[in-house]
Design a protein around this ligand. Structure first.
Ligand code: 6MZ
Length: 361
């Protein structure tokens, strides 16, 4: 499959972590300058080493996240990386982006979860090269399909935010994130994600916050089965989230339950292969779920950490599983059905995909 064709196809990104999607050049620039001003604050050679390493174990991935978090510590930097990440996804022809991030505290500079998310919102407000729609409106949205807005030349992207609970957090911290998401719904926060090192923490710790999120009408997506943990996968499926991320170590009983519940799966091919969560692309569960017509969506996970783009993920799928242009386009178009939004936004996206479909065969 030609790279340029995958680039030109409109795409929907539903599983991307903000700090894992930082521009490589920005990460290196910030790490270098931190290393120059405070030598002990960061090991620059370690950042360079991990960022250029082809395959990273999950342990190394989480070491890299710790290094990234050592660099992204203040509001201005959070704002900057958000702006750049949105611009990068828009350049890749992503027309709907649900970005997720873990609200963080940094007491030394007065950062709390709320001010962290405010800095993210500031970042998306500051994007100027692309038109960004992030305030949910009731009724029909015509953001992508209304040609009168700005002529045809400027790119447009619908942006929504998902707040992540890190598996290192306590029940109280998880609850604080859910309450924050509820307060910020009018600013485009649409859901809650559970992520973080899968070797850390217990399902029961986050369950009260996840239940509360769902009771209050927030969408929930869970990282599930990145490592072998049969009991947790079972519990997660019983919780019935709106979407599931990864699903690598699912066993027969989990597949049965997943398929009967029709929970859409966010598939991150490069991430799964690079972290050895799936032994090889030939045995990746994408093929199994695709053949079964189970709802799924291709995603990047962390464009910086895994050195990928959504176009490259589509090309990887097409080349690995022998799919043609029309099948790729349909895969991309179907993702619209799994976004965390009401019919107003979905209809806009459906119409948009229909309008470009004739160029996609
Ligand atoms: C689990 C992951 C992840 O939230 O600081 N994260 N959690 N599995 C993965 N697959 C490799 N990739 C990213 O973005 C970085 C954070 O996202 C989660 C981790 O908690 C990581 O610290 P934010 O913007």
């Amino acid at each position: 499959m030609e790279k340029n064709w995958c680039l030109s196809m409109p795409k929907v990104e539903l599983h991307a972590h903000l700090n894992g999607s930082i521009r490589v050049s920005t990460l290196l620039e910030l790490a270098k300058s931190l290393n120059e001003t405070q030598k002990d604050a960061i090991d620059f050679s370690q950042v360079e080493h991990l960022i250029t390493k082809c395959d990273l174990t999950l342990t190394e991935v989480f070491q890299l996240f710790d290094l990234i978090h050592n660099v992204i510590t203040d509001h201005n930097t959070v704002t900057r990386i958000t702006k750049e990440v949105i611009e990068d996804f828009a350049s890749d022809n992503v027309v709907h982006l649900e970005l997720r991030t873990t609200p963080k505290r940094n007491d030394s500079i007065g950062m709390n979860k709320r001010s962290y998310v405010d800095a993210v919102i500031e970042g998306l407000r500051s994007v100027s090269s692309v038109d960004v729609d992030f305030i949910p409106k009731t009724g029909d949205s015509k953001f992508l399909t209304n040609d009168k807005c700005n002529g045809n030349s400027r790119k447009r992207i619908i942006f929504r935010l998902i707040l992540s609970i890190d598996r290192r957090e306590t029940t109280e911290a998880a609850m604080e994130t859910v309450k924050l998401a509820l307060e910020m719904r009018h600013l485009g926060v649409v859901g809650i994600d559970l992520s973080g090192n899968p070797k850390t923490g217990e399902w029961t710790t986050y369950l009260p916050a996840l239940k509360f999120a769902r009771e209050q009408g927030l969408n929930v997506t869970l990282h599930s089965g990145e490592i072998r943990n049969s009991k947790e996968i079972k519990n997660m499926l019983e919780f019935h989230p709106q979407r599931i991320g990864h699903a690598c170590y699912f066993e027969d009983e989990h597949w049965r339950k997943l398929k009967s519940s029709k929970i859409p799966v966010e598939i991150c091919l490069t991430s799964n292969i690079r972290t050895f969560s799936v032994a090889s692309i030939e045995v990746h569960h994408f093929a199994y779920l695709y053949k079964a017509k189970h709802p799924l969506v291709l995603c990047t996970d962390d464009t910086c950490v895994f050195n990928t783009t959504l176009s490259e993920e589509y090309k990887y799928a097409a080349d690995s599983f022998g799919l043609g242009r029309w099948e790729m386009f349909e895969l991309s178009r179907n993702a619209v059905e799994y976004i965390f939004a009401d019919n107003g936004v979905k209809n806009d996206l459906r119409k948009y995909f229909n309008s470009v479909s004739k160029n996609m065969e």
